[in-house]
Write a protein that binds this ligand. Structure first.
Ligand code: IPM
Ligand code: MG
Length: 353
């Protein structure tokens, strides 16, 4: 099978982690007889430097003519600005999500057995964590009307019923393939958009009678994630709550460097990226954890190419390498072997081939 993908390495540690993820993709493709046709494109800060635009037309075209997109990370202090007239790297990522209609962001949060000790919480609390955060990705405050003037500044949270219905359907469908448990997170005691969100959740739950459905306020959810994370199977929530809760949930697993994501939409093109950022403080040092990006490749093979054996090969290889005691600095524990970004990529690729 031909796997036609666009690779957007982006900024900071982006190029380093992407290189390892590509290594692993090449290894799995070689083993199972696929050919990877990868085309590199510019996004984020590097795109601003080279073209003045964080999401150049050429990148849009490349993405639209491929089957899937693998992305590293965008952003860094070089492009940080509070001047809304200046381009920002994040506009590239947000533009890409919006342009391709990638409204459903799946963020699986799972504790690898070997890493329970890396969590800041007690192993007994984190050992049974296995949830997916389904984050709405193209609506809400990220894309509502905003403006700044001397008199008043605002960002508006906007949602249409259609936008809420479609993300709920994705979440219910995933719940039905797992433990039939869906928790919808909102702030319906304060926000109008949340009240619509909740009404739609209640309407739809009648259609999915097998799924146990519960509403949870976002502040309570933030607390429950620390108190008893094992209670969550699927969380569905709006864009900004999902952004915040997924960073919180990731730390339960020991490191944000382990968590992949998939962004899917109405079309057939999926976007796959680690949930972490560009980590400018360690960029270029061969220290970053490539696992989140490697596991994002596995998600790509699952959702864009339906290659389940290949997915298993990658996920097993990651487990094996952890089992053998190899750790990048972010998940380093006493008695284990510290390895660099590129060594970690080599180890996973070797385990597959
Ligand atoms: C994420 C990131 C992005 C977001 C940033 C980089 C715009 O934090 O993917 O979680 O807020 O969505
Ligand atoms: Mg985030």
């Amino acid at each position: 099978m031909d796997l036609k993908i666009t690779v957007l390495a982006g900024d900071g540690i982006g190029p380093e982690i992407i290189k390892e993820a590509k290594k692993v993709l090449d290894a799995v493709s070689k083993k199972y007889g696929h050919s990877v046709i990868a085309d590199d494109g510019l996004i984020g800060g590097i795109a601003i430097d080279e073209t003045g635009n964080p999401f150049p037309k050429e990148t849009i075209d490349k993405c639209q003519s491929s089957q899937a997109i693998l992305l590293g990370a965008v952003g860094g202090p070089k492009w940080d600005t509070t001047d809304s007239n200046k381009p920002r790297p994040e506009q590239g990522l947000l533009g890409l999500r919006k342009e391709l209609g990638l409204f459903a962001n799946l963020r699986p949060v799972k504790v690898h057995n070997q890493l329970t000790e890396s969590s800041t919480l007690k192993s007994a609390v984190v050992s049974d964590i296995d949830m997916i955060i389904v984050r709405e990705l193209t609506g809400g405050i990220y894309f509502g009307k905003s403006a700044r003037s001397d008199a008043l500044t605002y960002d508006t949270c906007e949602y249409s019923s259609e936008e809420i219905i479609r993300i709920f359907r994705i979440a219910f469908d995933i719940a039905m393939k797992r433990r039939n448990n869906l928790i919808s997170v909102d702030k319906a005691n304060v926000l109008e958009t949340s009240r619509l969100w909740r009404e739609i959740g209640h309407l739809l739950k009648e259609e999915y009678a097998d799924v146990a459905y519960q509403d949870m306020l976002v502040d309570n959810c933030a607390m429950q994630l620390i108190r008893n994370p094992g209670q969550f199977d699927i969380i569905v929530t709006e864009n900004m709550f999902g952004d915040i809760l997924s960073d919180e949930a990731s730390m339960l697993t020991g490191s944000i460097g382990m968590l992949p994501s998939a962004s899917l939409g109405e079309g057939n093109i999926g976007l796959y990226e680690p949930i972490h950022g560009s980590a400018p403080d360690i960029a270029g040092m061969d220290k970053a954890n490539p696992m989140a990006t490697i596991l994002s490749v596995a998600m790509m093979l699952r959702y864009s190419f339906d290659l389940e054996k290949e997915v298993q090969a990658i996920e097993n290889a990651v487990e094996q390498v952890l089992e053998q005691g190899y750790r990048t600095p972010d998940i380093m524990q006493e008695g284990k072997t510290e390895v660099s970004t590129s060594e970690m990529g080599d180890l996973v690729a070797k385990e597959i081939s």
